[in-house]
Design a protein around this ligand. Structure first.
Ligand code: NAD
Length: 272
């Protein structure tokens, strides 16, 4: 059993969050750090963004470091895990969060747009999961630190099950993430590796700025959200902390939908 009475305590554990220089990833990195984890803030381009997250954690007395890597490149991901080991010895939690959108009607979508989104969102998560699993197995079980060998939280989207016109690449990548997550969970549960997902609805970040920045767009968006507000990165971070912590020790292969009810077919409230 874990040593701590506080099951959300990540003291002594190391968490790697991909795409953590902004948005949801930054929010998760900050909360996991506050829960006691050593945090690796991965970024692709924005060193300033990653440094700001590291500084905020340092000011709170938490331990964090920023590591550059493009998750769609195998050599970068291998180096990311090597540098993480060099910094903290091992890793207990992977938050596979990095993602992109490149929207276009399917008949106008270029192969580059298709590949870019699949490469980052799906292949990038696979590469990070594979390296995390290798590191969990290399390190072996240390029950005094954590009752699991390792924990992976895959950031998906409500578009893992809601079709999305004009974003066939994005929806396909997120649908792929769901079955990748479940297959990994099935494959490694007997080794005590837990793999779960979070499916966010609409969260205020750079990726979807055009749908909340102007009041008319935000009003339209709110029409899809029964709970009556657009989500914040912290809404996702709180679910990620629970899944990363030992409070969820018997949970694997599960997706938590954090969407203010977006997936409840809100149009059916007064019809159907
Ligand atoms: P964001 O644009 O702020 O964050 C995405 C992050 O991924 C950025 O920091 C970006 O630099 C990083 N990234 C992109 N390509 C990368 C690469 N090749 N290597 C490493 N990092 C890379 O947007 P966000 O909303 O915080 O997105 C985070 C995740 O949440 C994404 O997977 C996104 O699909 C998912 N999501 C977001 C929403 C939403 O409404 N914001 C809804 C559902 C799912």
């Amino acid at each position: 059993m874990p040593v701590s009475e506080n099951f959300l305590d990540l003291g002594g554990q190391t968490a790697l969050v991909t795409g953590a220089s902004s948005g949801i990833g930054a929010g998760i990195a900050l909360l996991l750090g506050r829960a006691g984890a050593n945090v690796v803030v991965n970024y692709r381009k924005s060193k300033e963004g990653a440094d700001a997250v590291v500084s905020e954690l340092s000011e709170r007395g938490c331990t964090a470091t920023a590591i550059q890597a493009d998750v769609s490149k195998e050599e970068d991901v291998v180096r990311l895990f090597e540098e993480t080991r060099a910094a903290f010895g091992t890793i207990h939690v992977l938050i596979a969060n990095a993602g992109v959108q490149q929207d276009a009607p399917a008949h106008e979508m270029s192969l580059d747009q298709w590949r870019k989104v699949l490469d980052v969102n799906l292949t990038g998560q696979f590469l990070c999961c594979r390296e995390a699993i290798r590191e969990f197995r290399r390190r072996g079980m240390v029950p005094e630190t954590c009752p699991a060998l390792g924990k992976i939280v895959s950031i998906s989207s409500v578009h893992q099950f809601i079709p999305w016109a004009g974003r066939v690449n994005y929806a396909a990548s997120k649908g792929g993430i769901m079955l990748m997550m479940q297959s990994l969970a099935q494959e490694y549960a007997h080794e005590k590796i837990r793999v779960n997902g979070i499916a966010p609805g609409a969260i205020k970040t750079a990726i979807n700025k055009e749908s909340w920045e102007d009041p008319k767009a935000e009003k339209d968006l709110l029409g899809l959200i029964p709970y009556g507000r657009v989500g914040e990165p912290d809404d996702i971070a709180k679910a990620a902390l629970w899944l990363a912590s030992d409070a969820s020790d018997y949970v694997t292969g599960e997706t938590i939908v954090v969407d203010g009810g977006m997936a409840l077919y809100p149009a059916f409230r007064e019809g159907g």
